[in-house]
Design a protein around this ligand. Sequence first.
Ligand code: FES
Length: 527
Amino acid sequence: MAKLTIDGREIEAQDGQSVLQAALECGIHIPHLCYHPALKVVGSCRMCLIEIEKVPKLQVACGTPVRDGMVVSTQSERVRKARRGVLEFLSINHPLDCPVCDQAGECKLQDYCFEYGQAESRYQEDKRRFPEQDLGSTLVRDMNRCIHCTRCIRFLRDVAGAEAFTLYERGNRTQVGTYLETPVETPFSMNLVDACPVGALTSKHFRFKGRSWLMEKTRTLCAGCSRGCNVYAWSQKGRVLRLTPAENEWVNRFWLCDYGRLTVNDVNADDRLGDALRLGDCVDPEAALDQAAAKLKAYVDAGAGDKIGVVASARLTNEDNYLIRKLAREVLGTRHLAFVEGKEDDRPFEPSDRPLTEWFIREDKMPITWGARDIILSGEPAGDVLGLIAKARRGELKALLVFGEDLTRVTGEDRVVEVEFLFATGTHKTRTVELAHIAVPEATYLEKGGTFTNEEGRVQRLRPVVAPPGRARSAWQTARELAGRMGAGWSYRATAEVTAEIAAKVPGYQEVDFIEMPEEGQMVEHA
Ligand code: FES
């Protein structure tokens, strides 16, 4: 440990830390552009200059290790004057296009120019000009805005394991880009947009769609695979415009893959289901639930509850699956419960310094395969969806309830199963929804609260970002409505109440607390 003084404040820092890291950890802000906590230090932008007692020249805080007894000044007039000079230099070629730049509002260069009052330039010569460059399906490069911090090059080379970007040409003509202008082919390409501190790299999927100060930012989870990456969902006027990574050292660090980011397109798709469907006609969801519950009750009253099959899904939340299971076991009284799960991945899960491609992307594209096993099975024998479908085809089932799944994707056939009564919930107009006798709309992962249990047994909190379309709701609410109409008398009003019951009833989940859950999540023991 080293004891040092920054701006008159005594702090302790780990040996080997840089002054910048130590200062940021203590809440002392030192301006920086080329520094990123997950990338190698290059000290190229010179924005983090500081004054150190008994050291004649100003030093870069990102490249200076802490020493015991060090006395640092980050705000002296000498430091501020030097930073103003650096800013003027960095802005020489930077265009004044903040009004049309996607980075405006979250641009460090813009913030620092504002902070240091760098409103004018003494540079009278022409600014350099480069045409916009298309970098493939996800990125556009605007070299005019680049400040040569090389964060993009270091991210691709050292983190993503792709030697795609480099510096080429010399002096005023220096450019950052791909060899021979080839597209960037990596599943992590959109992290370059986050890594770029200015607006030189922008996302094709988000360009000109929203301004950061007009959007709401909600911390939640990605549902693209079993990793459970933490994300910020940015929304405006009830529509989610983009997902960006939220830091979680144990899950995704600072990153998010392109596949996960683009799951937002499904949420905004035109074929979302907002109203109930019955035999192709739109009906009121409440009336649809009344009819479905009456039908199911008739089976139960006739002693045929065990002839009802129920399909849950690893796409849903723990709370959804818990109440689906309870509906099947306690209200319908059926043994025929199964869930659609993802494909297991035998690669190690832990974040590490190996390239992202080796540890980040998971084969299992369902967010809670493990959580569904914990909750649906709860120590009972595995439910097999294909087995359930086979039973239905042999005529052993009279009715089938399918929550949040399209069975045609599971079977690979265009038909579902011929049963007397097929009930389905769905986020989109899938084949199963179209073929169901009654279908009700369901909220997607960005429209509901709950918890996900990821592949390593980490329970994390999902937060609603926007309202679902029409009268779509969570699957647990649909299960509650059906149970209530069948006389079960359940009293759940909020997701937290279902989570509390999971903590009380599901082995290994005792510590899970919906309200007090830390951002990094809570580990549970897999059953
Ligand atoms: Fe230290 Fe760029 S952040 S030189």
